[in-house]
Design a protein around this ligand. Sequence first.
Ligand code: ATP
Ligand code: MG
Length: 497
Amino acid sequence: MERCLEFKGIEKAFPGVRALQDINFRVKGGRVLALLGENGAGKSTLLKIMSGDLRADAGTITLNGREMNFSSPNDAIRAGISVIYQERQLVPAMSVAENIFPGIPPRGALGLVAGKQLKRQAQELIDKFGLSIDPAAPVGTLSVAYQQMVEIMKAYRRDSDVIAFDEPTAPLTDAEIAILFDLIRRLKEAGKIILYVSHRLSEIFQVTDEIVVLKDGRLVAEMKTSETGEQELIRAMVGRDIGDTYAGLNRNDKIGEVLLEVSHLETDVLRDVSFTLRRGEIVGFAGLVGAGRTEVARAIFGADPVSSGEIKIEGKPVRFKTPKDAIDAGVALCPEDRKEQGLVLFRSVRDNVTMPILAKVKRGLFLDNHAEDEITIDAVKRYAIKTPTVDKIVMELSGGNQQKVILGRWTSSKMTTKILILDEPTKGIDVGTKAEVYQMVCDFAGQGIGVIFISSELTEVVNISDTIVVMHGGRVTGQMTRQEATEEKVLALAMLD
Ligand SMILES: Nc1ncnc2c1ncn2[C@@H]1O[C@H](COP(=O)(O)OP(=O)(O)OP(=O)(O)O)[C@@H](O)[C@H]1O
Ligand SMILES: [Mg+2]
């Protein structure tokens, strides 16, 4: 029998937001449906209802004609529905095998046998995916990309009828993305129902058959992928045209004296890294995941120990022992992993935005509630952060909006930043807001700030930066101006051995 999943009249409200309103659509087996929309449109909420993590206020979901009624995620899994979340759900201390096959604790003499079996089964799965992961390794020791692949294998081995992916490629490199797309095609051939959420439009055209667009919790468009173009999609999502993102940028053309000079920098990971950053300049760092770009940022910021080499700011040698020293000297780092290094999820938007400013004014000065609100409201406006109030806890924001809170924190107008380091600032951010982020980066440069822009999206890094530094294996493999750079040249240097 052909599989069919149907959403009827789904409604969901949170305090201050109607996250989903009257959602109706269906997907057939063997089809990949893209669920698109801006940050906060309701995509993850819909998937969480489907997976039994949230209860809808009204409406029904039917699978193969049977109405689903879940009171827990386990109910959904038993009914044949697997969702791979935007935020990973693995247990870092447990092994890869234990994470893929949860709920089978290998204990005692019998457990030893079970443990071996578990490892073998996990190994088979890992081989099937063509990955090199040790099934006995604790998941927490794997790279983010591999953790995501473990998450995908975990869902795959359940053999569910419905598999939903919520921004699966955000942490992946091109190699794993290819493996994932291959897998999706196989699932499709096996007649499964696949839901796919991503902000990368090129992926939508590569792997999906149908598209549903959500906007402010409503279904605003349904189309066939083959009959749609990129501009049409953007218009449905954003509600307006956004022309050529890069050509329309108002760039800074006043690049000044040298602000930061890094010479022969070495750490555990970095080898002989040298480059300069001038006032008003945007220096982009390109490279594959693991090339050492984040490590450069962390070394400058005083977050990782430097073993040799020199860092000079405005001609003076500096060696920050902690990030606090760096912040005091006017260096700001907007980190890559919002969960681990950035946000305090159970604190309010206001607390999260004003945190570094508070650290600065703690000695002596006093920042009153009113000033804090003002700074936060300013950030909420500039980045169009979707939140009913500044008191909302960050955990309750959508993934992309959490990312915007981080940007707001490190780019507050009240900070006296000289050097701004942005590590993957547009990860999980929708197309409309991306253009605004780019303009803001140019505006910072216009104010004389030196910006280090780290990104895995080649197009972005090549088009935003004045100078592009390419890294591979902890070394700088090339440097060029925006005028000289092409994506092919950068890619060749990024893959250099
Ligand atoms: N647990 C929650 N409590 C309160 N509000 C929530 C909760 N979860 C989501 N929301 C709100 O519901 C709306 C939809 O959020 P959702 O996470 O579904 O967006 P999304 O489309 O997945 O966005 P993104 O692209 O940023 O991931 C947002 O306004 C969000 O703040
Ligand atoms: Mg989401």
